[in-house]
Design a protein around this ligand. Structure first.
Ligand code: E4P
Length: 216
């Protein structure tokens, strides 16, 4: 299972990357805007930290022609750039053009298994169901992921499922049990995954007991 980090904060990306658990980065316009700085210099810094792993950057155009133009420009930044395209009919048209050009795509804002099926049929490299936002409206997001994984396995689609809009470690556990290809995690969730109170207590006890050992 791959873990991407869902942030545009270079400090968080660096810390997670140094932990050795990160296989890529996903951003979106909201995450970029939180950084309060110029897009170009921000992306340059992120690309310096993550040189050889996929980094998803999102287009803003709503028409396929605009999406294609933006995607071509973004892909100039580096070979590891993956272009996030919204799940609309214009987005599907854009994916269909970009994939044969060798531009990787991440179809985003996916909320149903049938949307995911369409994105896979268009050939999208990744498909991103947003589970937390479904949970927020009282629909179990993880059921959608389960159905998407079944459909992709049924037909051998190569698109990878990125479980997105993750809110807590249970989402990560459930995504792993389902067998989703990727989970994209906010930095806070990575920290929560690391922590266990019994680990902290265990370290404390070992250190205290070691104090009692004569050193010679
Ligand atoms: C995924 O690529 C998105 O950036 C992200 O997971 C959205 O999460 P949110 O619902 O917490 O904004």
């Amino acid at each position: 299972m791959k873990f991407f980090i869902d942030t545009a904060n270079p400090g968080e990306i660096r810390k997670a990357y140094e932990m050795g658990v990160i296989d890529g980065v996903t951003t979106n316009p909201t995450l970029i805007s939180k950084e309060n700085r110029g897009f170009d210099s921000l992306i340059k810094e992120i690309c310096e930290i993550i040189q050889d792993l996929p980094i998803s950057l999102e287009v803003l155009g709503l028409k396929s022609e605009e999406m294609i133009r933006e995607a071509r420009n973004l892909s100039e930044i580096g070979e590891n750039i993956v272009v996030k395209i919204p799940m609309t009919s214009e987005g599907l048209k854009a994916v269909k053009v970009l994939i044969p050009e060798g531009i990787k795509t991440n179809t985003t804002l996916v909320f149903s298994p049938t949307q995911a099926l369409l994105a896979a049929k268009a050939g999208s490299t990744y498909v991103s169901p947003f589970i937390g936002r479904l949970d927020d409206i009282s629909q179990t997001g993880m059921e959608v992921v389960e159905q998407i994984v079944t459909i992709f396995n049924n037909y051998g689609f190569e698109s990878e499922v990125i479980v997105s809009s993750i809110r807590h470690p249970i989402h990560v556990l459930e995504a792993a049990l389902i067998g989703a290809d990727v989970a994209t995690l906010p930095f806070k969730v990575i920290e929560q995954l690391v922590k266990h109170p019994l680990t902290d207590i265990g370290i404390e006890r070992f250190l205290a007991d070691w104090e009692k050992v004569p050193k010679k």
